[in-house]
Design a binder for this molecule. Structure first.
Ligand SMILES: [Ca+2]
Ligand SMILES: [Ca+2]
Ligand SMILES: [Ca+2]
Length: 170
């Protein structure tokens, strides 16, 4: 699939409009570009519809696949895009993007209010409960690239706000 900017896209299939049929969420790699939504009309057509994004299609910057979990415990899927940023020296990283699903099947950008902003480059990410409270948490890591350093961080889910911590490895 190619996006309107001509970049190769990566796609996550998930039901976005609540009809039980998976739709497509697409995003480019190695470039800062908008996420796009394509609604599956069940006859083989995926119809471009960015109106599901409250406030317009958000920009992602060289993300890995989004982590999908219910971070705010409302039984609606939420999306964390682990943006890696520019993939070269000095590996500046990029802020991550957090979208919460809404009851009317739209996606709301809650990055500023629900995520400690982190600009470190990320090349591996995972979601799971790290502290036993049954709320999904997030782990991020990168290896050593160029003159950069190895880094790892995790976010613990505190009442739907993801708070950043630095792990230690012993
Ligand atoms: Ca659908
Ligand atoms: Ca949710
Ligand atoms: Ca947890």
């Amino acid at each position: 699939m190619v996006n309107p900017n001509g970049n190769l896209l990566f796609t996550t299939l998930i039901d976005l409009n609540g009809d039980g049929i998976r739709d497509a969420l697409t995003y480019a790699r190695n470039v800062a570009a908008p996420v796009h939504a394509f609604i599956n009309n069940k006859t083989g057509a995926f119809v471009w519809d960015d109106t599901i994004f409250i406030g317009g299609a958000p920009i992602v910057d060289n993300p890995a696949a989004p982590l999908i979990a219910d971070f705010n415990n409302d039984n609606l899927p939420d999306f964390l895009f682990p943006n890696a940023g520019y993939d070269g020296e000095p590996y500046p990283g990029a802020a991550k993007l957090l979208l919460f699903g809404t009851a009317d099947h739209r996606l709301e950008n809650v990055t500023v209010t629900h995520l400690n902003l982190q600009t470190a480059p990320v090349y591996a990410s995972a979601v799971g409960d790290l502290d036993g409270d049954f709320r999904p948490d997030v782990f991020l890591a990168k290896g050593k690239f160029g003159t950069g350093t190895k880094q790892a961080r995790y976010w613990l889910n505190r009442s739907s706000v993801l708070e950043s911590y630095t792990p230690t490895f012993k």
